[in-house]
Every structure is written in structure tokens, then in C-alpha cells.
Design a binder for this molecule. Sequence first.
Ligand code: IMP
Ligand code: MG
Length: 438
Amino acid sequence: MSKRSTFKPQTVMVIGAQWGDEGKGKIIDYLTSTVDYVVRFQGGNNAGHTVVVDGVVHKLHLIPSGVLYPKTRIVLGNGMVIDPEVLLSEMANFETKGFKLNLLISERAHVIFPFHIMMDGMIDEYKGTLGAGTTRRGIGPAYADKAERFGIRMIDLLDQRIFKEKFDQLFDLKKNTFRCLYGQRMNLNKNEIFRTYLNYGKKLRLYIGDVSLEVNRAIAAGKKILFEGAQGTMLDNDHGAYPHTTSSNTVAGAVCTGVGVGPNRIGDIIGVVKAYLSRVGAGPIPTEAKGQLGTYLRERGQEYGTTTGRPRRCGWVDLVQLRYACRINGLSSLAITKIDVLGGLKSIPVAVKYRYKTTTLTELPADLNVVRHCKPIYKTLPGWKNLTDSDFTNIIKKGYTALPPRMRDYMKFIADQTATPISLVSVGAERRATIRVQ
Ligand code: IMP
Ligand code: MG
């Protein structure tokens, strides 16, 4: 490896370097034992993290992965959109399991309403091949209202008069939009939703506060902070595969606006990279493996969406895309996940460039027509034998150098080609199946 990474900085950020579902939840859970705060800064319950501890599977959508450590303060930043019904049920679920919730919710985070969820599906269907295949959780329409300045924020739920003033206007606007633009009746009861959301506000009141103030004070007091990214770089609404993206900024820079911290407060930025590639939703993926190999990766890696259960589209690591992710996020190191899944393959293709008509591309194209028609140029690397659970148990005890040489060569190739060192390797779903690269 070209450089060492030690997690010394006071703040660490974990970002998806591909299309989401890289295994961020697991890496965040692994790192949480070393921090005081885990802070989310964008997205909502479109996210789905799976964390396995001692055989127990925890699925997370809104609540940061730090919830599994009782002393850790978990924070939902202003850059998020929050469905209070989902949040309350996730909170209840963790409380039933015996976890204490040390939770802070930004007063400035925006609220998702039932009409947002209804619109999400309608809009995506209207878009056809230009759609992203959304998770239909109302994320995009809620962010759109935020940008239009119709949005309702968490703090508004705590002030009945302000909430009524804003909700009356928003509800009527949506009703008209449904009728005039989509020719549909919005069959929702205004008073009932109003009362329900006021009640959500009452239940959440104790948790709602000024996130920027608390996080900055914590940094000043020397506390360690982990910023938890959701989705992945290619789903970023500016830098990703637009328009097949999500509606928030998912890249490292988004933490500043999504929490209210200055850029000079950011320490290490770890990009999580699945040892192959997966994407749930629609849009072109140059290195998608169709047919038998795609199915093999999906079944072997159990690649089904945590949020929607949809089968994920699988393929090979794309270095054009990864180099781009390193640049856009300023990644300090990579955490490689699910490398165990590739064991037993004779050879593993990795895309190093694209070909478009007669030209060779080394940088990610923005032109949708080029994206649709470019073809990856692969370098094929030799595979390694399949390892059993007990092989891995021994390897984890001994550390990185005990991994098969060809597996290390595969990771070294990725590190060299992206000029970014590898800091962590995950070889299984369990918390303990993680190896530091020292
Ligand atoms: P939305 O965020 O629900 O609007 O979905 C937009 C696109 O992002 C779709 O292609 C989704 O499948 C994808 N997406 C959203 N959240 C995630 C995630 O957490 N993991 C993977 N894909 C996601
Ligand atoms: Mg996920």
C-alpha cells in the first residue's frame, strides 16, 4: 500500500464511493467504537444500512449506525429529509431491542409528508427511461419543496400556528398539482394529516435541537465525530449520473451544508468501495455484468435492496468511476468491502478506461449519450481460491498480510490506479470480520 491511514483525525467521514450499498453501515459501525458522535447529513429513509453483530441483523434507514453503541450521540443533520412516522417506528424498534436512544434531530431538517411519497412514484413513472427508479419514500419531492421554499421543517411541527400557516398552503398546492398536472385526485385528509404530524412533533420534541451548535461545540471540546454518508458518489445530484441520481448531494462536501460545519473541520474521508459493483435502480452502468456472472454476484453477495428488497444490478469495479470518486470527495483512503464474495472466481475484470466510438476515455463523461453508449476497457486480474469461514477466522487474527497474495494484488491494483491507500478490508458481514491495513 502506498500510504498509511491511522484514523487519528478528530473527525472522520465515511462516504459511498460507488452507487450506494457499498457496506458503509458496517464500516461506520466498526469505527463507531472510537468516536463520540455519529452524524448524518443528507438523504432520508431511502438509505438502508445493514449491520450484523453477533449474528443479529440490524437494518437501519434513518437512525445512524452509531445507535448500536449506547454512549454514542447520534445526530440527524439539517441536510436530511425526515419521515417522522418512519423515524418513530425505527426508534420504537430499537428501544424494544433494549437500545438507549441518545438522539439529536436538527430543527432545520425538512419533513416528508404522505403527498411527497405519492408524488415520488408518479413522477418517476412519468420520466420513463430518464427516471432513476426511486425508492418511493418521498425524498425527491420533499427536497424539491425545500428548494421551492414551501418546505416544512422539524421545528415547524413544534409551533402549531406556523405549522398550520405553512401546511394549509402546501397541502392546497399539492392538491392542485395532483389535479392540474397529473389529472389525479389527492385522496388525503388534510385535518387528519395535520393532527398526526402535530402529534409526531410532540413525540419528537425532546430530541429536536440545534445540530450545528452542538456538533461545533463538541468539536471544540475535543470530541471525536464520525460523519455518516448515505447513498453513494454516483447518486450525487450534481456529480453523479444525473438524472439517474438521488435528490441530495451525497459527496463529502455536503457535510458542511448538511450539518453546519466549516470545511476546515473535516479530517479523514474514507470512501467505501465494494470489491465489485452493485446498483439498485435505473440508468446505464458501463461495467454491469449481465447474464450468469451478474446473477452469480447477486446471489453470492446477497445483493437485494435493504430498503425496497429490489434485486441489485451487479458488475465489476470501474476505475474511471472510482478515480472520479476519489477526486470529487478528496478521499484519504478506501475501505474495501465484500471481497470474500469474489473468492473462487478464476479471473476478475476491472474497467480501466472506456471506449466511445473511436475514442478512449479516461475521465467520467457527463454527456448522457456518451454514458449510454460507452464500453468499458477491462484489465483482467487473476482470482484466488474460495475461503471458508474458518480460513477467515484465522486470517482476521493474523491481519492483512495473511490474506491470499492475489487478493492483496487485486486491492493493490485498485489502490495504485486510484492513487489512494486502502485502510480497511471487510471480509464478511459481522463486525469482527474487518481487517485494518497498517
Ligand atoms: P430516491 O433517492 O429514492 O429518489 O432514488 C433515486 C435513486 O437513488 C434510485 O436509483 C434509487 O435506487 C437510488 N438510491 C436511493 N437511496 C439509495 C441507497 O441508500 N442505496 C442505493 N441506492 C439508493
Ligand atoms: Mg444501502
